[in-house]
Design a protein around this ligand. Structure first.
Ligand SMILES: [Zn+2]
Ligand SMILES: [Zn+2]
Length: 308
């Protein structure tokens, strides 16, 4: 059924993805009995400390389907009850390590309740009730995991920020030409932004540690290679790369992607996406692993074929 074409009234039979948000507060501890206290501390940092710590989790459930004659993909009351029965009721105000048998680390098959492990197990609990298309689980506003039902594969995003100044202008053209192209951004003394940077990595969840990659290492890589380098700089002058490359939001995002790809590979994950938010009104996204434009073009061609 085409998204763009339908003879039915009120959308009946046409496709739509809906989302439902649910919140719960839970505690957890990252601790593996086969490792020494020193090894646990080295692997999991403060997350290994007894008796554990907690988060206010936010879960976004995406579901897809065709609209019924009442104009709904699903009855929201059913959706609410499934999520409550299968997820929020069992998890809210509980210690995750104890709550589900998947997290029983006294058994060899047990996995630590990391955000990415938790979201994949929530998928298993919901998949028979709801036509899931994706799950997003926020551990905090600056760390979240996405899961699409692909066995152990998940996406993990960490958000950080830095402040930097820049000026948008090319040396080889005149000031008035630069102002025509870049507007106020070409003013000669520059201006600044509070940048928010989302780094998304993709990989398989380790069946024991529950991690796509070592999170402290990922955070160290981002801090040392990006934040420490770019924070409180005038990009055009302080960063060698931007002496000859105009530091637009797009170019900064691409440069960050180029810097991070290999170090993230070296800790066992794949850099999937960089999102750089320059202001509340504009952001740049780099899909490192695929050409988003090609897939958009394919979708467009497919929809044209269906309509023809
Ligand atoms: Zn935690
Ligand atoms: Zn700017």
């Amino acid at each position: 059924m085409s998204l763009f074409h339908s003879k039915s009234k009120h959308g009946e039979g046409r496709e739509c993805v809906i989302t439902r948000r649910a919140c719960f507060s839970s505690s957890h501890r990252y601790w593996l009995p086969e490792k020494s206290p020193e090894e646990n501390l080295a692997l999991f940092g403060k997350c290994s400390l007894a008796p554990g710590h907690g988060h206010n989790y936010e879960l976004i459930v995406s579901m897809g389907g065709e609209l019924d004659s009442y104009g709904m993909v699903l009855n929201l009351s059913d959706v609410k009850h499934s999520i409550k029965d299968k997820v929020t009721e069992p998890l809210n105000f509980r210690f995750l390590n104890d709550v589900w048998p998947e997290f029983d680390i006294t058994k060899d098959s047990g996995i630590l309740p990391t955000t990415e492990a938790l979201v994949s197990i929530i998928w298993d609990r919901l998949k028979n009730d709801l036509p899931l298309t994706g799950l997003k689980l926020y551990e905090s506003p600056t760390l979240w995991a996405d899961y699409y039902g692909k066995k152990m594969e998940a996406l993990l995003t960490v958000q950080t920020h830095f402040n930097a100044a820049h000026r948008l202008a090319k040396d080889e053209i005149t000031l008035s030409e630069n102002k025509k192209i870049y507007g106020k951004c070409a003013r000669i003394n520059g201006h600044g932004h509070n940048y928010f940077l989302d780094v998304t990595v993709r990989g398989d969840i380790d069946p024991r540690t529950g991690m796509i990659c070592d999170l402290p290492s990922l955070q160290t890589i981002i801090d040392e290679l990006i934040v420490e380098q770019l924070d409180h700089t005038f990009l055009n002058k302080d960063i060698e790369y931007f002496r000859t490359c105009v530091p637009t939001c797009e170019n900064i995002a691409l440069h960050i992607a180029d810097i991070l790809t290999l170090p993230i590979k070296n800790i066992g994950a794949n850099l999937h996406k960089i999102r750089l938010q320059e202001s509340p009104n504009n952001a740049a996204e780099i899909y490192v692993e695929q050409s988003i434009l090609n897939s958009l073009q394919k979708n467009l061609e497919n929809s044209l074929v269906i309509q023809a």
